[in-house]
Ligand binder design. Structure first.
Ligand code: AMP
Length: 111
């Protein structure tokens, strides 16, 4: 089932894109929780992290590396990388995405 992120990938819905390549794009979250809040998403539709397959391992690793590139691009030395897996964990868009959050101190444990 397609999500709003598929529409961002197809260009149907605009996004504030900060990085893209053949495997993924990264764009600013529309409802940021910190001065930097970027989402890194694969072009491939994987609804949730726990639905990734063995053949997605390199892709998910790539998403994590891109997250570090985006953080650097944003001038962040420290940042939080977060995945909500499932509605009970706060997932609202069922297309795998990594939240890159930084630019302010972030508390632990998370709420
Ligand atoms: P999650 O709750 O982990 O599924 O995260 C989904 C994120 O997508 C939320 O932080 C939303 O603010 C964000 N979001 C939803 N629609 C858009 C959009 N059109 N452009 C950018 N971010 C969005």
């Amino acid at each position: 089932m397609s999500t709003i992120f598929s529409k961002i990938l197809s260009g149907e819905i605009p996004s504030d894109t900060v990085y893209e390549d053949e495997q993924c794009i990264a764009f600013r979250d529309i409802n940021p929780v910190a001065p930097t809040h970027v989402l890194v998403i694969p072009r491939k539709e994987i609804p949730r992290l726990d639905q990734m397959k063995i053949e997605d391992e390199a892709l998910v690793g790539h998403l994590m590396r891109v997250a570090t590139l985006v953080a650097k691009q944003e001038g962040l030395e420290d940042f939080r990388l977060l995945v909500n897996n499932g509605a009970g964990a706060g997932q609202t868009v069922f297309h795998l995405h990594l939240h890159v959050i930084g630019g302010r101190p972030v508390a632990w444990p998370p709420g």
